[in-house]
Design a protein around this ligand. Structure first.
Ligand code: BES
Ligand code: MN
Ligand code: ZN
Length: 489
């Protein structure tokens, strides 16, 4: 697995600054005042820092942005990165500042002169998240992408646990990103299930349901999606039982390892992006990993449906009618609206077996949500406004974009089928909402439920604050935050 940084802490030692190899990072607030550590850097470089801080360049710098002074005289460092950040930064600013450090860090060591800076763990989190790079299939990079970071702190022992926690949380995100970035010939349904099963080593209970098990359970809508593929469909159940007798929170993920569209085949242009159509399952896996790493005091069950949507002689056809585990029949108008068929059975299975206190599903479900919200925010749908607000608040705290969109029975009209109980597409208008309405059909009205349409945010074509191009791991931190806030005892 990708693990791009090691971060250790050390006590303040002014004499080590002149001889530090690699990059040295200092923080200067908007007031321009230098602390003990930056004063030392300033003295070593004969006032360079003071000149920068007095300049228009520094004045115009936004909070958390930085200027790099390369090959400074008076120090062995190859660069001094001056970050504009107050001594008591907000968590978001501190994390953003860290991301700025991670973004420019190469393979050289980094010494972060944090001193008594507030929220050092958030800085560490930002460094790690942004330093990530998916290079598993680059043959010529070796170990060059791992960076050793040292944070020089006034009270290293006080900060250490928080920094370790931040790194564990980043590792959970990397697990999701690696899965989501992995090409579909590597991350087959079996490989995916194997990687999840391996998490039993960190204390998760993992169970893999095979096709004959799913057949017995009556999960026909899920199985129908995978029946045109050589790869067997699987459902993986991951349990973290840290919360005593509480009913669990259920996390459900769409894990379409590749979505060709099936017989309703997609056009060639950008079809390669559909390697990320298992992003919802990837997020569920990352959250579960995070819970185990930090030994959360909560009961959470993660359930993912791993299938491949391919067109062969056994593939389902448009017009087919299939029976869901719930018992409702579905007319498959478009085989490319496959995610909702997978989720329908998973949602029902989760409620039937676990009686969860709440249920959150994540899916790269519709192109329409990208038209509505672009790549900044995921679509949030819920049958319970209080639950939705709990999630939205957690997402805000973690800087992950999310926007509440409506559910309304009025949209059900679009899903009426001539031959079955419901059809799987509702036309072009409000495509994300009709998809959510379809899912709601499989949610009991007394189960608090959130549906997250992450098609626009799971993997993006341009870098973001916390991730390079590709998989973002969106949602891992927001869900972990929500669990910390509301589901832990
Ligand atoms: N996996 C796609 C949605 C998607 C599109 C994810 C773009 C990420 C980026 C989903 O299975 C799909 O094909 N949805 C169709 C639904 C339609 C046939 C009703 C869509 O959005 O076009
Ligand atoms: Mn599709
Ligand atoms: Zn899909």
């Amino acid at each position: 697995m990708t693990d791009p940084v090691s971060i250790r802490v050390t006590a303040v030692s002014l004499d080590d600054i002149a001889l530090a190899e690699g990059r040295v990072v200092v923080f200067v607030g908007e007031d321009g005042k230098l602390d003990q550590l930056s004063r030392r850097v300033n003295r070593l470089t004969r006032g360079t820092l003071e000149r920068l801080v007095g300049s228009e360049r520094f004045e115009k710098l936004k909070v958390a942005d930085s200027v790099s002074l390369e090959y400074p005289a008076g120090m062995t460092a190859t660069a001094i990165q001056v970050v504009k950040l107050d001594r008591k930064p907000s968590v978001l600013d501190a994390r953003k500042a860290g991301a700025g450090i991670g973004k420019v860090a190469g393979s050289e060591d980094v010494l972060v002169l944090a001193g008594n800076l507030g929220n050092p763990a958030a800085v560490a989190s930002g460094i790690a998240l942004r330093k990530y790079d998916f290079s598993a299939h680059k043959t010529r990079n070796g170990e060059a992408n791992t960076v050793d970071v040292t944070m020089m702190l006034s009270k290293p022992d006080v900060a250490e646990a928080g920094i370790e926690d931040a790194l564990d949380s980043a590792r959970a995100v990397f697990f999701t990103r690696d899965l989501t970035n992995e090409p579909s010939n590597v991350l087959t349904t079996s490989e995916f299930a194997d990687r999840l099963s391996a998490m039993s080593e960190i204390g998760l209970e993992v169970e893999v349901l095979e096709e004959d098990d799913l057949e017995k359970l009556g999960m026909r809508t899920l199985l129908a999606v995978g029946q045109g593929s050589e790869s067997p469909s699987k459902v993986v159940v991951m349990r973290w039982n840290g919360g005593g007798d509480d009913a669990p929170l259920a996390l459900i993920g769409k894990g379409v390892v590749f979505d060709t569209g099936g017989i309703s085949i997609k056009p060639a242009l950008n079809m390669e992006d559909m390697t990320m159509d298992m992003g919802g399952a990837g997020v569920v896996a990352g959250v579960m990993r995070g819970l185990a790493l930090r030994k959360a005091k909560a009961n959470v069950v993660g359930i993912v449906g791993l299938v491949e949507n391919m067109p062969d002689g056994k593939a389902q056809r448009p017009g087919d009618v299939v029976r869901s585990m719930k018992g409702d029949t579905v007319e498959v108008i478009n085989t490319d609206a496959e995610g909702r068929l997978v989720l329908a059975d998973l949602l029902w299975y989760a409620q039937d077996r676990f009686r969860p206190s709440g249920m959150v599903d994540l899916a790269t479900l519709t192109g329409a949500v990208i038209i509505a919200l672009g790549h900044e925010k995921a679509g949030v749908f819920a049958n319970d406004d209080e639950f939705a607000d709990t999630f939205l608040k957690a997402a805000r705290m973690e800087g992950e974009g999310a926007w509440h969109l409506p559910l309304d029975p009025a949209y059900d009209e679009a899903l009426k089928s001539r031959v079955a109980d419901i059809k799987n597409t509702g036309g072009r208008a409000a495509g994300s909402i009709t998809a959510a309405q379809f899912l709601q059909n499989f949610v009991k009205s007394d189960t608090p439920w959130i549906h997250l349409d992450i098609a626009g945010v799971a993997s993006v074509g341009t870098e973001t604050t916390y991730a390079p191009k590709g998989a973002t791991g969106w949602g891992v931190r927001a869900l972990d935050r929500m669990i910390r806030n509301k589901f832990e005892n």
